[in-house]
Design a protein around this ligand. Structure first.
Ligand SMILES: O=C(O)CCC(=O)C(=O)O
Ligand SMILES: [Fe+2]
Length: 318
């Protein structure tokens, strides 16, 4: 049986002045909506993030992760509560590594002096990711038939957004595990991958590889949009499998919600059209706490498996 592939969408008409009567944009809105409903994933080209900036960010990240451990550890988070900085998954050398950053200008950011220009490049691409995430959010807003600008006004705290540069050393005989199967706990995620395969999405119990395509970004839906959309969209489960011969670098941008936000299936997609909500409402930070507690019980790498199922309203009759 042929392995299906996730849809590729071209956003160029959103950057042209001559889209006639908007037919081109409507086609893209429909394609994005269909991809989010069927896969929770798509790839996008002509998204507005400059290609040379994407290449530079990946190259500089690769150079950073090649530095000595002593140098990299100088970028450790400034406190245990600090989200930004260098970290390894597990304690042994050769394991997956990451450099996490908060919004440019945030006092929690820790950047290396070398390679030169790394900080500037990462801050630049962070800003570009913010723009493309606002565009995708507005496309989703249209597809769901919400009042113009509704999702943008609801999800209006950009200071919480996060970006992670990942480095996955090659697979060994002991492990090929890059990231365990998980759902993202945010609204929308953007992945810039280098040319090494590894990212996979689960669809109908089958793992579908997401091939690297030069100049493209991978977009995936997080659990918050799954709840808001009353499960019209699924936050697909995905994982990273390490390559046998090569290391892989990616830069992942997470569009996150303010921690005090109330999350529930939107009334426009439930009450107002006579549809039963599939989830109970919750405050976003409550969900983060639930996940944190689960992580304390389960091995930490399984943390992301805890989804929003705990808020699901059972439709079975007792
Ligand atoms: O590195 C990647 O391609 C994806 C990583 C990922 O799924 C995540 O950080 O949530
Ligand atoms: Fe993820």
């Amino acid at each position: 049986m042929a392995i299906p592939s996730i849809p590729m969408v071209d956003f160029s008409c959103f950057f042209r002045k001559d889209d006639g009567n908007g037919i081109g944009k409507q086609k893209i809105i429909d394609e994005v909506g269909k991809a989010c409903s069927e896969y929770g994933f798509f790839q996008v080209v002509n998204h507005g993030v400059p290609l040379d900036l994407m290449n530079r960010a990946l190259e500089l990240s690769e150079t950073f992760f090649e530095l000595s451990m002593e140098e990299k550890l100088k970028c450790s988070p400034i406190s245990t509560l600090n989200p930004a900085g260098y970290g390894r998954m597990g304690s042994y050398i050769g394991n997956n590594e990451r450099l996490r950053m908060c919004a440019p200008g945030s006092s929690c950011n820790v950047f290396p002096c070398s390679p030169t220009g790394y900080r500037k490049t990462m801050e630049e691409i962070f800003k570009e990711f913010e723009k493309v995430s606002e565009l995708v959010e507005s496309i989703i807003n249209e597809f769901l038939g919400l009042p113009t600008g509704f999702l943008g006004q609801y999800n209006n705290e950009r200071t919480r957004d996060t970006m992670i540069a990942w480095h996955y050393p090659p697979a060994t005989d002991i492990t090929s595990n890059g990231r365990d199967e998980h759902q993202d706990s945010n609204c929308i995620t953007f992945v810039l991958q280098d040319d090494v395969v590894g990212l996979e999405v689960k669809k109908d119990k089958q793992w579908i590889p997401i091939p690297p395509v030069k100049g493209s970004l991978v977009v995936n839906i997080g659990v918050i949009l799954q709840v808001l959309s009353n499960k019209r969209f699924e936050a697909a489960r995905h994982r990273v499998v390490k390559h046998r011969g090569r290391s892989r670098n990616s830069i992942v941008f997470f569009n996150l919600l303010g921690t005090d936000k109330w999350v529930e299936p939107l009334p426009q997609l439930t009450r107002e059209i006579g549809e039963a909500p599939k989830y109970r409402g919750f405050v976003y930070k409550e969900f983060i706490e639930v996940r944190g507690k689960a992580a304390a019980v389960n091995p930490p790498s399984r943390e992301d498996l805890t989804g929003v199922d705990v808020y699901e309203i059972s439709t079975k009759e007792d």
